[in-house]
Write a protein that binds this ligand. Structure first.
Ligand code: GLC
Length: 439
């Protein structure tokens, strides 16, 4: 029986915690300026200028099957695609707006192709849906809105009614959850009810659950897709805690009850979410693998983001990053799927991370730094039935208890397990030792 009993929520999170690794996809008109998905906000781009992206959006190379193949090869088990980001552009053939891909040169329902392709590869399918909308005429101007600095912002805001917008969201979510078969994850983004304007802009109020009419929105989603996993970003706590762009050091706990929760870190390859041509901050291969291991070693999932280009492909840097995962996961995924934080009785040696299979029978030691000759692990003497490297299934010999010959002469600790390692680090970014524990 695992020490880590996870808080029960309405959504079906069992498969999710088992699968551990998913692909986030941020794709929209902002892939054309290619300088951040918030570009409309950051540069306060006028509507007429932003309309050019709508006019010329033509992802002629988009082949969702190719994306799905790469996701699967990387070891990802599910995906979450931006059906609509803050810019308000709809990536499917919605009946509630003209601001959609089918009215651009793309001319196709991009969400449908994604759903079909990912499902065909056996991946679970999720939708990201932005609560913010910088295009909808009824969405009140606030401190994030691209029109916030316009001299006539106040006039432009007259007559805007967030209730009309809330209904629009319900209509769209109804479409998304009715017309595309089973949807496994619904990822709303985000609430900011504390972020109010000041001074002359005091009327610019932040937005949260009351603006979104979140209770109703979520009840609707649950009616249409029982079991769907919903995140907490409507400001109503649901199934999923979503730490963003940082690495939680411990299993995320419920703020009131202290229970362990289902959590998913969302991370990027290079910093921004949408395709950003000139960004130079791409993470190293080692860091990518470590982020996945660190996450699972604290009982979480990793949702790793790709920002496709406006042509509809992953650029070479993203493909290389996915390949890093593919190479490592092909041989080492057994320490990830169905694994979680190791029981508290096990302590990771320096420079190592542990994961343990849900049934407790296998313990994995991930070597972030490769030690010379011996790895000393406390508390494991007498516990291990068999040890091997995971990547090639080759036996690792070990001794138990302190041993004068290898420098433990002064140790009082008879609980040591000493694994004997070859001098040369195996050819896998982070080698993993698989320990089969005695019953
Ligand atoms: C943030 C950003 C956004 C991104 C999201 C992903 O809330 O607004 O651009 O989609 O995080 O977690």
């Amino acid at each position: 029986m695992s020490t880590y009993q996870v808080r029960k929520t309405p959504g079906d999170t069992d498969w999710f915690r088992h699968d551990r690794f998913g692909m986030f996809i941020h794709w929209g008109l902002y892939s054309m300026p290619a300088r951040h998905e918030w570009v409309k906000n950051k540069e306060c781009i006028p509507e007429a200028k932003y309309d050019q992206y709508f006019k010329y959006f033509n992802p002629d190379l988009y082949d969702a099957r190719e994306w799905a193949r790469q996701a699967k090869a990387a070891g990802m088990k599910y995906a979450v695609l931006t059906t609509k980001h803050h810019e308000g552009f709809c990536m499917w053939d919605t009946q509630y707006s003209d601001y959609k891909c089918t009215n651009t040169p793309a001319g196709r329902d991009l969400v449908r192709e994604y759903v079909d392709a990912f499902r065909a590869e056996g991946l679970k399918v999720g939708f990201y849906y932005s609560l913010l909308d910088w295009h909808h005429p009824q969405f009140p101007i606030d401190m994030y809105h691209p029109r916030r600095n316009d001299p006539d912002a106040f006039e432009q805001n007259q007559g805007r009614d967030v209730r009309v917008y809330a209904e629009y969201m319900r209509n769209q979510v109804t479409e998304l959850l009715s017309n595309y078969g089973r949807i496994d994850v619904l990822w709303f983004d985000f609430s900011y009810s504390d972020y109010n304007g000041t001074g002359e802009r005091a009327w610019m109020k932040g937005k949260g659950k009351y603006d979104w009419e979140a209770e109703e929105l979520i009840a609707l989603a649950r009616r249409l897709q029982p079991g769907i996993i919903i995140d907490n970003r409507t400001e109503l706590e649901q199934d999923l805690w979503t730490p963003e762009q940082f690495q939680p050091q411990d299993w995320v706990r419920h703020s009131e009850t202290g229970e362990y929760v289902t959590w998913e870190a969302c991370q990027t390859f290079s910093g921004s979410w949408g395709y950003y041509r000139d960004e130079q901050t791409w993470k190293s291969p080692e860091m990518l693998i470590r982020m996945l291991i660190n996450t699972v070693s604290e009982g979480g999932n990793l949702l790793m983001n790709v920002g496709p280009t406006s042509r509809g492909v992953f650029d070479s840097r993203a493909e290389n990053a996915l390949k890093v995962y593919a190479d490592w996961m092909r041989l080492n995924s057994r320490s990830i799927y169905g694994c979680t934080k190791a029981e508290p009785e096990f302590t990771a040696p320096a420079d190592c991370r542990l994961t343990q299979s849900e049934d407790g029978k296998r313990l994995y030691v991930h070597l972030f730094a490769y030690p010379f000759a011996h790895l000393h692990i406390k508390g494991l003497a007498g516990r291990v039935d068999y040890a091997q490297f995971l990547h090639d299934g080759s036996e690792l010999l070990y001794t138990e208890g302190r041993e004068v010959r290898i420098g433990d002469a002064n140790s009082e600790d008879d609980s040591l397990l000493v694994i004997h390692l070859p001098a040369v680090k195996p050819d896998t970014l982070v080698p993993v030792i698989e320990l089969f524990l005695k019953d």
